[in-house]
Design a protein around this ligand. Structure first.
Ligand SMILES: [Fe+2]
Length: 177
């Protein structure tokens, strides 16, 4: 039985959408669900040893969505006047740089490409789960706290304060978000 109030409900080693990842900001939640599905498809293609073409196409789809999702999310934060936007962009940039560092291994031969895919299939799912449940959740909590009742468009009532976090809205206080 899963305890929905526990910090242990999100398994960062396993990429799967769950209600514990819901932030209560509808537009972002919908994108996170789609983002996870695309990264899942890539991760499965790698771990199941699917044909190289399938690994390439699922990776391309996941990377493209990652880029557009980052841009959309940053726009939502900018429009909301989020004071920690620069830090958040920095986190996106670090992940993006890492994805590109892996991806630039392409063309260096079949072995390098395989290694790149394996590394990305490990890194991306873990980063994504952690990022959603810490940095993105912190934004959702801030957003909910700054808006007067009834004015928060796109925010599901009562959800932004839910989830497996402490009283300060942080899951891991020692991780910069
Ligand atoms: Fe984010």
């Amino acid at each position: 039985m899963i305890d929905s109030e526990s910090n242990d409900t999100v398994d960062y080693g396993r990429l799967v959408w769950s209600d514990d990842l819901v932030l209560g900001v509808n537009s972002i939640d919908e994108q996170h669900r789609e983002w996870i599905a695309l990264v899942q498809a890539f991760e499965s293609a790698v771990t199941e040893g699917r044909p190289a073409e399938e690994m390439r196409s699922t990776l391309a789809a996941a990377v493209a969505y990652t880029e557009s999702h980052f841009a959309d999310e940053q726009q939502v934060m900018e429009e909301a006047g989020y004071p920690f936007l620069d830090d958040h962009i920095g986190q996106h940039q670090l992940a993006w740089d890492r994805v590109h560092a892996f991806a630039s291994g392409e063309g260096a031969g079949e072995l390098a490409e395989e290694e790149m895919r394996r590394s990305l299939a490990e890194f991306l799912p873990q980063w994504l789960m952690l990022h959603i449940n810490t940095a993105d959740r912190q934004f959702a909590r801030w957003l909910k706290g700054t808006m007067a009742p009834g004015t928060a468009h796109g925010i599901a009532p009562g959800t932004a304060h839910g989830g497996p976090t402490g009283p300060d809205g942080r899951v891991f206080g020692d991780i910069p978000v």
